[in-house]
Design a protein around this ligand. Structure first.
Ligand code: NAP
Length: 497
């Protein structure tokens, strides 16, 4: 694979047929599909200096994907060379760089261009895309590929600013800090933290892990791929396709507890509890690691090295709440003061809160926050009434608990292309989803979500909006989402001429 590189140094045009925001899996996949469909008048605006989105930003030790790479990749760019079933971050990032070159979209990307604001111009029926710095690009359509998990969330703990040592978030890992021999504190035990905790544990002098909620953990069936398998996948592409399909259906089957009924989660819970019992012989520690909510309500974590890491002599699990951070220490609710040199925040991302910061103005000067005042919603996770020709990738209710989000993004890119084709066919300038269609779609969605594990599992997670609503998750199978995004229901849209 090519060494990741830069590129895309050209000027930003004053007008582009389509502006894509972000160059992660979503934005890049959209760019590739557009090009493939014969669209060349588009530009990808990327705020950072390199492409890759999540797989560029998250470089913490041990970072990898918990969905097998044969599935967590583009369907049109099957890669025979994955070295692990669950690839490390660097390999996935390299893959995205390779895709940009292979499909010739790098020259469409403009790096270091942050979009500050989107404004719909009713008279001209096009978008004004305002960059940080003030430059304006006009566009007939905008595809927002920035996803939901990119604004780090730091905990609101009194005294956090007072800490004098190095402190950083997992998505902004400070690689200049050598943690060898240091006293390190990790706050959070989510999907990111359980990947880097074992790595730090092996290096740190002392590691204190602050857990607020015990996560559900299952073993991770990872292994290195053999040169033989890689050779087979390279020489027989059909074998790669067959492997992908097998993994796809395997995960859909395992995910029936998410998509059909929480009762079907029982086997998953049994697997996790059996695994915990095998891994953690000390009943007191085991009790503190036993989740107190329904499995699947928060992301099920996969790791075969997390529980062993917690039982190392230099590691301590603290389950008392963190009450205060001081210059060189952390205080817990049990009254203990833990002296630390470095704090690592594995505390996740601002998901619903980050929407408040979006500056998007649609038809008639309506702000997206007004459209989403009661609840954040879209039609098929992609279009929002009042915001014509604005398409969200990984938009509301497209998140998953059981399989690859890249699959969802690809279904959406297909749908967006269908929307663009509808515009070409009809000669309309823009399409705007009808409020009634959006309302009805979401009414049904909510009815299903209310019965799913994210609502019934007895936990508070980033999937929920604080008012009991779930604006993040797709409650059905991904096959259903795929089927529903094959064609555009013309009646669901107003065509603006
Ligand atoms: P996360 O799942 O939201 O976990 C955040 C952790 O920080 C939780 O343990 C949370 O505890 C804890 N926390 C938050 N605020 C806290 C506070 N004030 N005091 C103490 N603890 C606090 O975040 P993440 O691990 O970064 O993962 C976010 C998402 O990224 C995942 O759900 C997943 O979708 C994605 N991800 C995917 C992969 C992958 O391999 N595909 C890997 C990493 C991340 P509570 O549980 O009590 O809230």
């Amino acid at each position: 694979m090519a060494e990741p590189g830069g590129g895309g140094a050209g000027p930003v045009p004053e007008h582009a047929g389509i502006v894509i925001i972000g160059s992660g899996f979503a934005g890049l996949g959209m760019a590739i599909r557009l090009k493939d469909a014969g669209y060349h008048d588009f530009v990808v605006l990327e705020k950072a200096g390199r492409l890759g989105g999540t797989w560029r930003d998250n470089s913490y030790p041990g970072c990898s994907c918990d969905v097998p790479s044969y599935l967590y990749s583009f369907s049109f760019a099957l890669h025979p060379g994955w070295t692990q079933v669950f690839s490390p971050q660097r390999e996935i990032w390299d893959y995205l760089e390779w895709c940009a070159d292979r499909y010739g979209v790098r020259r469409h990307i403009r790096f270091g261009r942050e979009v500050a604001e989107l404004e719909y111009d009713d008279a001209r029926r096009r978008w004004r895309v305002v960059l940080a710095g003030g430059q304006v690009v006009t566009a007939n359509a905008v595809v927002a590929g920035f996803g939901a998990l990119h604004v780090p969330s730091y905990p609101d703990i009194p005294g956090r600013e007072r800490f004098t040592g190095p402190a950083f978030h997992s998505a902004r890992w400070d690689h200049s800090q050598d943690l060898t021999g240091k006293r390190v504190a990790v706050i959070g035990t989510g999907a990111s933290a359980i990947q880097f905790i074992p790595e730090i544990a092996a290096r740190a002098g002392r590691l204190t892990v602050f857990q607020r909620t015990a996560p559900w953990v299952q073993p991770r069936p990872d292994r290195a791929t053999s040169p033989r398998l890689r050779r087979l996948l390279r020489t027989v592409p059909l074998a790669n396709r067959a492997l992908r399909i097998a993994i796809y259906w395997g995960l859909e089957l395992r995910g029936l507890g998410f998509t059909v009924h929480p009762r079907l989660m029982r086997r998953q819970a049994e697997t996790a509890l059996r695994y915990l019992e095998r891994q953690v012989p000390d009943p007191r520690l085991r009790a503190r690691l036993t989740p107190g909510y329904g499995i699947g309500c928060k992301r099920i974590l996969l790791s075969s090295v997390y529980y062993p890491a917690l039982q190392r002599d230099n590691v301590e699990l603290v389950t008392d709440r963190v009450t205060e951070i001081r210059e060189r220490s952390i205080l817990d609710a049990g009254g203990r003061e833990h002296e630390v040199d470095v704090i690592v925040y594995g505390t996740g991302f601002k998901v619903t809160e980050s929407l408040a910061e979006l500056r998007i103005t649609g038809r008639g000067g309506r702000k997206i926050q007004d459209a989403w005042r009661d609840r954040v919603e879209a039609y098929l996770g992609t279009t929002v009434a009042g915001f014509p020709n604005l398409f969200f990738l990984s938009g509301p209710n497209t998140g998953l608990g059981h399989t690859s989000v890249v699959f969802m993004m690809e279904a959406q890119t297909h749908y967006i292309l269908e929307c663009l084709r509808l515009l070409s066919r009809t000669g309309a300038r823009a399409l705007d989803v009808r409020p009634g269609a959006q309302r009805e779609f979401n009414r049904r969605l909510r009815r299903r979500l209310d019965r799913r594990v994210w609502s019934t599992g007895g936990c508070r997670s980033w999937y929920l909006d604080g008012k009991g609503g779930n604006p993040t998750i797709w409650p059905g199978t991904t096959a259903e989402f795929w089927a529903r995004t094959r064609r555009v229901r013309r009646r669901a849209y107003e065509l603006i001429r």
